[in-house]
Design a protein around this ligand. Structure first.
Ligand code: KG4
Ligand code: ZN
Length: 363
C-alpha cells in the first residue's frame, strides 16, 4: 500500500466542482460542490453560470477534500485534472487551478480525459479494471460504448449517440412532463410506479441495417413529446408514471442490448456502466439481467461515483502515476473536444517535473 500513488483530482467539465483524493485504488475523499440549483430554472446547464460557480467553489472544495482525506498537500504524488471534453470555460477553471497547485507544490500535473475517468472510477469500488473492459458511458453530455485494454493508453470508441445523449433525453422528457431538472432521477422515481409496457415507444437505431453500436434518442424524444401533446390536445390526463416507465424502458432496452452485443462480438466478458444515467435503477437491473444471461460480469459503481466527481479524475491520475505515464506540460490547456482516444494529455518532456522547486509553497 505504501508505494501506491496519492493523487488529488479536479473535475470541472460541467456543473459539478469535484475534488477527490485517492491512494492507488482507495478512495480517501470525494468533495463535490454542485451548481445544479442555479441552472434548474433554465432547464439545462448555463456555461457562464457554471464557470463562475467553479471559480467560487474551487479553493474551498480542495481544502475540504484535503481535510476529509486527512492528508497534507505536500504529500501528494500528483495532481490530475479533467482537460476535456466538456464546457470550455468550466474546464479552464479546473485546469488553471490544477496547474497553480501543481506548480506551487512541485508536483507532476496530469491532464486527463473525462470519459476515461468515468470508466477508471470503478477501480475505487470494484478493484483493478479487467483488461479488456467494455464500457457503456451514459450521461447528460455523452452516450458511448468504449473498449479499453488499458485505461491509461488505449480507449477505442465502438459507438456513440448520433444526436442526443441518454441523459439529455431524460432531461427533455422531464421538462415536457413538467417534472423539473435534472430529469433522470425524477423519471426514475415515477417509472417505478408505472407500466413499462403501457406505451410502445420506438427503439432508435435497432433495425437490421442500422449501425450496431450507435445510439439515437431524438426520435424517441419526439415520439414521447407527440404522444403527450396528443393527450393534452384531447383534454385527457397524461399518465405520467406510465409515460416515464415506457420512455425509460425504451432507453435502457437499447442501451443494454447494444452493450451486451458489443461484448459478445468482441469476446469481452466484463461490462462497466458509468456516467450519471448509470444511477438509473431500471438500467442497473436490466443490465444485470442481460449480462447474467450472456455470461458477462457487470460492474457499475455506486451512483455518487457515476455522476461527475473529482474522485474519478484522481483515480485515473493515480493510474497514470502507477503506470509511469508522462506528466502534462505546464502549458496544458483545456480542450472542450478532447478525443475519447486520448486518455490523457502527455507532455512533450516528462523531465519538466524535476525542474519545479520541491519546496512546499502551500501549507
Ligand atoms: O455524468 P453526469 O453527472 O453529468 C454529465 O457529464 O452529463 O450526468 C448527468 C445526467 C443528467 O442528464 C441526469 O438527468 C442523468 O444523468 N441522471 C439520470 C439519473 N440520475 C442522473 N438519468 C436516469 N436515471 C437516473 N436515476
Ligand atoms: Zn460526465
Amino acid at each position: 500500500m505504501a508505494d501506491q500513488p496519492l493523487v488529488l483530482g479536479i473535475e470541472t467539465s460541467c456543473d459539478e466542482t469535484g475534488v477527490g483524493i485517492v491512494h492507488g485504488t482507495t478512495l480517501l475523499a470525494d468533495a463535490v460542490a454542485s451548481s445544479v440549483d442555479e441552472h434548474a430554472r433554465f432547464g439545462g446547464v448555463v456555461p457562464e453560470v457554471a464557470s463562475r460557480a467553479h471559480l467560487e467553489a474551487m479553493v474551498p472544495t480542495i481544502d475540504r477534500a484535503l481535510q476529509e482525506a486527512g492528508v497534507a498537500a505536500k504529500d501528494l504524488d500528483g495532481i490530475a485534472v479533467t482537460a476535456g471534453p466538456g464546457l470550455a470555460g468550466a474546464l479552464l477553471v479546473g485546469v488553471s487551478a490544477a496547474k497553480t497547485y501543481a506548480y506551487a507544490l512541485g508536483k507532476p500535473l496530469y491532464g486527463v480525459n473525462h470519459l476515461a475517468s468515468h470508466i477508471c472510477v470503478d477501480q475505487l469500488e470494484h478493484g483493478p479494471l479487467p483488461e479488456p473492459t467494455m464500457a457503456l458511458l451514459v450521461s447528460g453530455g455523452h452516450s458511448s460504448l468504449l473498449l479499453s485494454s488499458d485505461i491509461t493508453s488505449d480507449v477505442r470508441p465502438m459507438g456513440a449517440t448520433i444526436d442526443d445523449a441518454a441523459g439529455e433525453a431524460f432531461d427533455k422528457i422531464a421538462r415536457v412532463l413538467n417534472l423539473g431538472f435534472p430529469g433522470g432521477p425524477v423519471i426514475d422515481r415515477y417509472a417505478r410506479e408505472g407500466d413499462p409496457e403501457a406505451i410502445a415507444f420506438p427503439r432508435g437505431l435497432t433495425g437490421p441495417r442500422d449501425p450496431a453500436y450507435d445510439f439515437s434518442f431524438s426520435g424517441l424524444k419526439t415520439a414521447v413529446a407527440r404522444w403527450i401533446e396528443a393527450r393534452r390536445a384531447a383534454g385527457e390526463e397524461v399518465p405520467v408514471r406510465d409515460v416515464a416507465a415506457s420512455f425509460q424502458e425504451a432507453v435502457v432496452d437499447v442501451l443494454t442490448r447494444k452493450a451486451v452485443r458489443a461484448c459478445k462480438d468482441e469476446g469481452v466478458d466484463h461490462l462497466m456502466i458509468g456516467g450519471g444515467v448509470a444511477a438509473n435503477s431500471r438500467l442497473r437491473a436490466l443490465a444485470q439481467e442481460r449480462c447474467e444471461q450472456a455470461g458477462i460480469r457487470l460492474r457499475v459503481p455506486r451512483p455518487k461515483l457515476c455522476t461527475d466527481n473529482g474522485a474519478m479524475v484522481a483515480a485515473l491520475g493515480a493510474e497514470m502515476v502507477a503506470r509511469n505515464r508522462a506528466a502534462s506540460d505546464w502549458d496544458l490547456s483545456a480542450d472542450s473536444s478532447l478525443p475519447v482516444t486520448d486518455p490523457h494529455v502527455p507532455g512533450r518532456d516528462h523531465d519538466h517535473v524535476h525542474e519545479v522547486s520541491k519546496e512546499n509553497l502551500y501549507p
